[in-house]
Design a protein around this ligand. Structure first.
Ligand SMILES: [Zn+2]
Length: 276
């Protein structure tokens, strides 16, 4: 999920405008010419998955960039810090997190006292759950499906991919062009990373994930919840609920995930193939 991006679209478009090309034709060809090379030069091995992936940003930079957004959100939205709902989130979270490649890492977990049907993860191991989501789910298994999905975004470093792609697409590839031409081996210098860092600050936490990233998080999330002892079939039921019973509260979900039926089917196919 991670629908909170949709609540920050104004910030996102402002960020995009900031990098709007002045000479469109020149920049377009520059972007086209450098994007592939930039992507090839700026991958790194994800220590959790072992996969090479696009990563223009240092994870620590993204964690720092998200710290401010996290603090602002906690300051502007009331949080629930005790009681049954809080305990439920912590109980399910601890089981799911312990069943992932990030087991044992420190996390900040917040329960927001809002009827919004939402959950999200931010770089730096920060996860948020809204009361509206807790009221929508029918059981802990469905909550585990949400939390498994969110921790998967963190494990697959989707925020880094998202910010990297956004930087390239929005014209920050001009910086990337300098990166490519300035280095003998395609390596990114500390100064160049710093130049890109301001882009991360704006884009790192505000744009929706790609559909392929969402699917990847869906399937990995199912693995995690299953490993934690929850009923993976409830992941399919969760998305049915989101679509059918969320009403206006899930408008953000429906706009960022345009084909929930296909998504449910792919989760069901995966569960069947795994024998969960
Ligand atoms: Zn997601």
């Amino acid at each position: 999920m991670t629908f909170m991006e949709t609540t920050r679209t104004a910030t996102s478009s402002e960020a995009a405008r900031e990098f709007k090309p002045r000479r469109k034709g020149v920049l377009a060809s520059l972007v086209a010419g450098t994007s592939l090379a930039l992507m090839a030069a700026c991958t790194s091995t994800n220590p959790y998955t072992g996969e090479e992936q696009l990563a223009l940003y240092d994870e620590a930079q993204l964690a720092e960039a998200s710290a401010q957004a996290w603090a602002e959100l906690k300051a502007s939205t009331p949080t629930i810090e005790s009681g049954a709902q809080y305990q439920r989130v912590m109980r399910v979270w601890n089981r799911v997190a312990a069943a992932t490649p990030k087991a044992g890492e420190a996390w900040e977990v917040a329960v927001f006292d809002s009827e919004e049907v939402n959950a999200f993860v931010m770089p730096g191991n920060r996860v948020g759950v809204y009361r509206g989501l807790l009221e929508l789910v029918e059981n802990d298994d469905q909550l585990a499906a949400v939390l498994g999905h969110e921790v998967a975004h963190a494990i697959y470093r989707h925020a880094n991919q998202r910010a990297s792609r956004a930087a390239i697409a929005s014209g920050a590839a001009q910086v990337g062009g300098a990166v490519i031409s300035g280095g003998t081996d395609g390596a990114v210098s500390a100064e160049q990373v710093a130049a890109l860092g301001s882009v991360a600050g704006n884009l790192g936490v505000v744009l929706p994930y790609s559909r392929s990233a969402e699917l990847e998080a869906d399937l990995a999330g199912v693995d995690y919840m299953h490993a934690a002892g929850f009923d993976a079939q409830q992941a399919v039921r969760l998305w049915q609920l989101m679509e059918a019973n969320g009403g206006a509260r899930t408008a953000a979900f429906l706009s960022t995930h345009p084909d929930p039926a296909t998504r449910r089917q792919r989760i069901q196919d995966y569960i069947n193939s795994k024998g969960y």
